[in-house]
Design a protein around this ligand. Structure first.
Ligand code: ADP
Length: 478
């Protein structure tokens, strides 16, 4: 199949979260299944700085702007990437979605509408290069408009819309919809309108031939009011087209046996060498160099979703326990400040780095004994999967992809610890349980070996995506 993979981020070119990891690895896995997959991505300034060899293969016009379509490859792979180069929309510094103060770019509706218009041009094979598309695979709200726009054409490829996070919906005022000259026929309750607002995500949810999310559990959860963000009814209505496929991980980038970012590589047979990474991490953060203290890690966007509230509430109790903790993240100011304060109060027990640091994230995965992921909701979650591969035992809530990938210690063959509830009390109790098992080296080793033996590569999930592409083609327009 010819698959146009539409995404607003792709590792290693641009990454703010899990979508980038998926976009950086699923297309490659599909290529290995002999599918012709091409990524289409906005040509942000930071992307352009990394791809010196991009060549122009087509041009188009939208909203009074000339737009070039450039072609390059995803670094380190054979995957082709089409870059939508419109400087007025994408040539600016920093984050793809928010400005320096953390507020969404004020022209996001325009920027991503323009991106979706070019996606439609490519999907309909209207541009200078001849590449007939079978399936357009859209991801998250930034590409939600394309499935809606494509329904306007009788001859069109099939569409799949993947939800990586329902909490981000791409909502804009009604006027912006009209200003962008978008079709009136899509502006209604069962279309892109959401309580008188323009909803990008509804474009995907209402109009894609198939929808999926990144774990089976999350596919069920988003059909409930608690996790559906006002769209549970729509998702229930489309339940026969809604599927769950757990993300895989890039087992080349995340491989403790070959990870060049680590102080010491290790695998299941040389697991004792993991201790060198722990020692190095303790030294890096200035913590007491003590192998007998369990070291908990967390790498995350610092937002409420990731359980920051309950972690901070639990801190007085956690700080009294025989443990160490390291955090790497950036996000909401109040969480950044609270974590920095904790590191100042407990310099030998708690280490904090605020910022984004790819290498440190690998070193935390390798150097910690356990990984904290007490999310309020988690569509799939990748760090628990990286942790499993690195023999770093995940401690998680029973939601979304965490529920689909972590099995509690009480239920062998276990690979982690599950908090019964999303509360600070439950977090403290589960950390206590984790520490208990940590002090039984044989039991801990068994957990680690179970975790490291699991296969979370994209091989299986990519096959499931291919089946879903076929289903979308069958169901197209029905
Ligand atoms: P989400 O997409 O909700 O942020 P995921 O667990 O799906 O959560 O993916 C997050 C990805 O971003 C992981 O690869 C994680 O390691 C990475 N990440 C998050 N914050 C940082 C950071 N501060 N530094 C390095 N990597 C980070």
């Amino acid at each position: 199949m010819n698959c146009l993979f539409v995404t607003s981020e792709a590792f290693p070119l641009i990454k703010t979260g899990g979508l980038a990891d998926v976009a950086g690895s699923l297309p490659r896995a599909l290529l290995q299944l002999d599918q012709d997959v091409r990524i289409i991505l906005p040509a942000y300034r930071s992307v352009m700085q990394q791809v010196a060899a991009a060549s122009e293969i087509a041009s188009t016009h939208h909203y009074g702007h000339s737009i070039r379509v450039l072609q390059t490859r995803l670094p380190g792979t054979r995957v082709q990437v089409l870059l939508v180069d419109c400087p007025a929309a994408f040539d600016r510094p920093g984050n793809p979605y928010v400005d320096d103060s953390g507020d969404p770019w004020s022209d996001n509706a325009f920027r991503f509408a323009l991106f979706n218009q070019v996606v439609v041009d490519v999907a309909l094979n209207r541009l200078a290069f001849d590449w007939p598309v079978d399936i357009v695979h859209c991801n998250d709200w930034q590409s939600g408009l394309a499935p809606a726009l494509l329904t306007q054409f009788s001859e069109r490829p099939a569409t799949l819309f993947t939800i990586h996070n329902m909490a981000y919906q791409g909502l804009f005022d009604k006027q912006s919809y009209f200003d962008l000259g978008l079709p009136m026929s899509l502006w209604h309750l069962n279309g892109v309108e959401f309580h008188d607002l323009f909803s990008f995500i509804k474009g995907g949810l209402s109009y894609a031939d198939c929808i999926n999310t990144v774990s089976s559990q999350y596919a069920l959860e988003i059909q409930t009011p608690e996790f559906g963000y006002g769209l549970a009814d729509l998702l229930q209505y489309r339940a026969d087209r809604l599927f769950g496929i757990l993300n895989g991980i890039d087992t080349e980038v995340w491989n403790p046996g070959r990870d060049e970012q680590l102080v010491q590589k290790y695998n299941r047979r040389t697991l004792d060498q993991k201790a060198d990474n722990k020692r190095a991490l303790q030294r890096y953060f200035g913590l007491t160099d003590d192998a007998s203290l369990p070291l908990f890690g967390m790498i995350s966007r610092l937002v409420e979703q990731k359980g920051l509230e309950i972690i901070l509430q639990a801190m007085p109790a956690l700080a009294k326990m025989p443990l160490q903790m390291v955090f790497l993240g950036s996000g909401q100011t109040q969480y950044e400040t609270a974590l920095r304060d904790l590191a100042t109060t407990y310099p030998d027990r708690i280490g904090v780095t605020i910022g984004y640091d790819e290498q440190l994230s690998h070193r935390i995965e390798a150097g910690c004994d356990a990984y904290l992921m007490p999310s309020m909701f988690e569509p799939c979650g990748l760090n628990q999967l990286y942790s499993l591969r690195y023999g770093t035992i995940p401690l998680v809530t029973r939601v979304g992809g965490l529920a689909d990938s972590v099995r509690d210690y009480s239920r062998p063959p276990a690979n982690g610890f599950i908090m019964p509830d999303f509360t600070s009390k439950s977090l403290v109790a589960t950390v206590r349980r984790t520490i208990d098992v940590f002090h039984h080296p044989q039991r801990w080793r068994e957990l680690q070996l179970n975790a490291m033996a699991e296969d979370h590569s994209w091989k299986n999930s990519a096959r499931e995506y291919l089946q879903l592409y076929q289903k979308a083609v069958e169901l197209q327009g029905q």
